[in-house]
Design a protein around this ligand. Structure first.
Ligand code: XIL
Length: 387
């Protein structure tokens, strides 16, 4: 009797112990099609300190997410990547459609997907000349710098505050330098960017405050400058390097420099990307490849690229990844979406395409295989620099 009572108590205690655990396990159960047991994925082969990400358009691809029945796209997204960047969902026009209206619905769906699949989120973006809502474009025609500052401060505090604790890296300022071929050459975009324009007398003061506001709203997030044509050492990255030095000297909470990595086979590849990353890392900053894709010029009537083009694409993706793997301070490597059917490239660069690492049926391209191989070869748990 005593004995059986004791067994009952033990059994009850065990059940009390086991039940919550079992409950937690059930709550965190991996959705169908996604298995941590599959070691041969980008995210699982990555050194422990390097996030492997993809852009995803939450509004298009994740709003109907059902954990018990993910789409094939969603299965690949969760299986291969440990980080997500909202391709559009956190941009001004998405989250702040009217002066007093914030809409986080699709961005929240993305963050929820990321959480369910043990992924981190890169925030993108808070100060940019593109994809601003019509009301900003209209109002900015008559903004004083104080008015522009007030609007930007409210936006940054509200958006970064909303996602506090959910975002590991924020692209605070995006594409704030012109290109060499733009009117006036490489200098801050004080014409195209409505905020910098209103504060053209001292645009750096505004920029620095943008980082301060973001930092106050989420002290944990690492705050990035981010741009294209910013892979190698060139006039634009020289300008960023000088800006970064100035911001750090001013005590601004700048934490990282992001090279977007939008490459095209129409142009050469600047192999100084690792040296460029190393100089930013030497300032104490993190670096990242934030939007990698490699587009290919396609002749009208051709169904796909030539084997040579496919091989060069693989080399370029891999070269960007290798630069990241070789620099300890490289914290994330993100591809700008997949598969080709989801890519922004054909819409923006007529005559170019086939830019992502997966075919439309999600089968891997040589670029994917090259990246997976490089990740496999990287010293587990650390980057090669440490190894
Ligand atoms: C692109 C998106 O991929 C498109 O869907 C959208 O129509 C335009 O913007 N640099 C950036 C990204 O920082 O935000 C851009 O994303 C691609 C270039």
């Amino acid at each position: 009797m005593r004995r059986s009572l004791r067994s009952l108590v033990v059994a009850t205690a065990a059940a009390a112990l086991v039940l919550p655990l079992w409950g937690a396990t059930a709550a965190n159960a991996e959705p169908p099609g996604y298995s941590h047991a599959d070691k041969d994925t980008l995210r699982n082969q990555a050194p422990r300190d390097l996030a492997i990400g993809s852009a995803v358009w939450g509004k298009r691809d994740l709003v109907d997410y059902d954990r018990s029945a993910p789409t094939e796209y969603q299965q690949v997204l969760s299986a291969q990547f440990s980080s997500l960047t909202p391709e559009n969902d956190m941009k001004w026009d998405a989250v702040h459609p009217a002066p007093d209206v914030y809409d986080f619905s699709s961005a929240d769906a993305l963050v929820a997907f990321a959480k369910a699949n043990h992924q981190q989120v890169r925030g993108h973006t808070l100060l940019w000349h593109s994809q601003n809502p019509a009301w900003v474009t209209a109002a900015s025609q008559t903004w004083t710098c104080d008015q522009a500052r007030a609007v930007l401060e409210d936006h940054i505090r509200t958006v970064v505050g909303h996602f506090k604790g959910e975002i590991y890296e924020w692209d605070v300022a995006n594409e704030i330098f012109q290109d060499t071929w733009d009117n006036g050459g490489v200098r801050l975009r004080t014409e195209a960017n409505p905020f910098l324009k209103a504060c053209a007398a001292d645009p750096i003061a505004l920029l620095e405050d943008a980082f301060r506001w973001a930092h106050e709203a989420d002290p944990e997030a690492v705050l990035f400058l981010n741009d294209y044509n910013a892979e190698g050492i060139n006039e634009k990255t020289d300008a960023y390097y000088a800006l970064a030095q100035r911001m750090l000297a001013d005590g601004v909470p700048l934490g990282g420099f992001g090279a977007q990595g939008h490459l095209s086979l129409l142009y050469g590849f600047d192999t100084s990307i690792q040296a460029n990353f190393e100089r930013f890392a030497a300032l104490g900053l993190q670096v990242a490849v934030t939007e990698a894709d490699v587009r290919i010029p396609l002749q009208a009537g051709e169904t796909g690229p030539t084997p040579e083009q496919v091989a060069v694409q693989a080399e370029r993706y891999d070269a960007m990844l290798e630069a990241c793997l070789n620099v300890t301070a490289c914290s994330s490597f993100t591809v700008w979406g997949f598969p080709d059917a989801n890519s922004w490239v054909p819409d923006v660069f007529p005559g170019e395409g086939w830019a992502t690492i997966l075919e439309d049926d999600y089968s891997p391209k040589p670029a994917f295989d090259a990246m997976l191989e490089s990740l496999r070869e990287a010293t587990p748990g650390t980057s090669p620099r440490h190894g």
